[in-house]
Write a protein that binds this ligand. Sequence first.
Ligand code: SAH
Length: 262
Amino acid sequence: MPIARTAIVSAMQEELAAVLALAGDLEVHEHAGRRFHRGELQGEPVVLVLCGIGKVAAATTATLLAERHGADRLVFTGVAGGLGEGVCIGDAVLATELVQHDMDARPLFPRYEVPLTGRSHFPACATLNAELAQATRTVLDRPAHWGDEAIALGVRTPRLHHGLVLSGDRFVSTREESAALRTALPAALAVEMEGAALAQVCHDLGLPFAVLRTISDRADDTAHLDFGRFIQAVAAQASAAIIDTWLKAAPRRRAVLRDGRR
Ligand code: SAH
């Protein structure tokens, strides 16, 4: 059985590259069309991987991380469309809970409920969220991050939000679609394509997880514009810096060192 590791799951190649650049030597394990990078980041055993897009890709990735790579907690980083009022481009969203907005097995089960689980909302780990929130605030407060490119892309003074995140196998890119989601699930802050699937797997396996998203668009008719540029210039840099800052201060590592010295 491999040693317990923190899994960092990146939605985009550029994000993975930014996290990989921070780590030292990593072993690469190729399997199921994915490259799992194992090693250490800030002294913490990690496994880093590109997720792929959509709920099935996320569920497969989460399962493999837990079952083959010793992941005992998972942190997903990626971009998302903002739905909530005041959730702006460049802001960060930490999911407190996640719902599959395209799950609908009515009339057999209530709308959004994952059949046979009795639930529609899958909660993220409060402890991980608290640690990541601290790291996120530290990074967002560093004005040096927000260069001309970020400003040209519409990033102003990014804020951190906590709340409901929706996932579904659809890139939400019309005003009608995002309005419908807002009406159906008014608490939703953001919409993306993977988080709730990862949440369901972690729930089944009893693993703590967190989903951290940078808002790349407002899930409307302009959502596809500048997508790649935004990931490169803003999201990849922000998520790598947050992960690095978080692991640097990781209480888990400090606890181990403290116990080791005793
Ligand atoms: N159309 C884009 C990529 C689509 S995939 C392109 O041209 O490359 C979008 C990825 O970003 C997914 O991983 C998803 O989780 C996230 N995402 C960002 N904004 C989104 C939105 N408005 N709706 C759904 N997913 C979004």
